[in-house]
Design a protein around this ligand. Sequence first.
Ligand code: CP
Length: 301
Amino acid sequence: LSVLQLPMQQVEEIVALAHKILENNLLPQQFNLQPKRIVGLIFEQPSHRTKNSFSSAAMWLGANILDLSDSYRDSRLRGESLSDFCHTAECYVDCLVVRSSNSELITQINELVKIPVINAGNGHNEHPTQAIADFSVIQKNCPDLKNLKISLIGCLQTSRCANSLALLLAPLQPRILMICPSELALKQEYQSIAQNRGATFQHSLSLSDALNDDVLYFTGGTFLEDFADISEYERYHQWFTFPLAFLKDLSPQATILHPLPRGFELSSDVDNDRRVGIFDQVRHGLAVRKAILANLLGAML
Ligand code: CP
């Protein structure tokens, strides 16, 4: 439900398995998924990457998918209790992958069912599997994780990806530079938890302060959902938009990440630069979800 429930050793085990899968050192037939398992999906918010990568990962492992999203919506419309919905759903599937705008829903579902529940994004709180995918790319690209310098750029206050990544990286004692107007910084509760786990936070209004960092992590795909109107959305353009001219000043070892979907903040004109890892995040996201499902569904060799 949260990266706080995953010790760093467990994250590293998932990522190590994901890297083996990515390098074709582990093929589906080498997993032992018996009997045939069913992955249930409840997505009441849009998703391209998370929903489809969990589906693709399950199919790769030889499991089936049951998309319960419409049933969940209909159950709400019919006035069925969450408890009845969940106790029914757990008869049909072996685990549930849940995304909701309601940050509490996943905890409520987890308390009602006996099967594993995976957080695929809960409100503005967390997105743990995205953070593990991001970590997987960062670990591949950055030789010295102990002295990591990362900039989080965008509307961090509402970014569940930024929250989970800050919490996950914190035990490695990173310097986390938040680049945004102060009212859009990471929520104080997430900063406090990450600080207690080892992270150091700094704040800047200037993207040029990120140019020597190891990782520049943009967020922003939810801007249109998070701001009251288009004029407010446009007011923040100046803070977050990555100028193409900055590419020549960026550290040669830097990695630019974005969990997608993206808005104005990172033009696709940067995609051919070898330092841009956004489609690595997609590939690692799929491999990480294969590793997670293999663990949860008992498909390990
Ligand atoms: N990164 C991510 O969570 O993308 P989706 O919203 O498309 O799942």
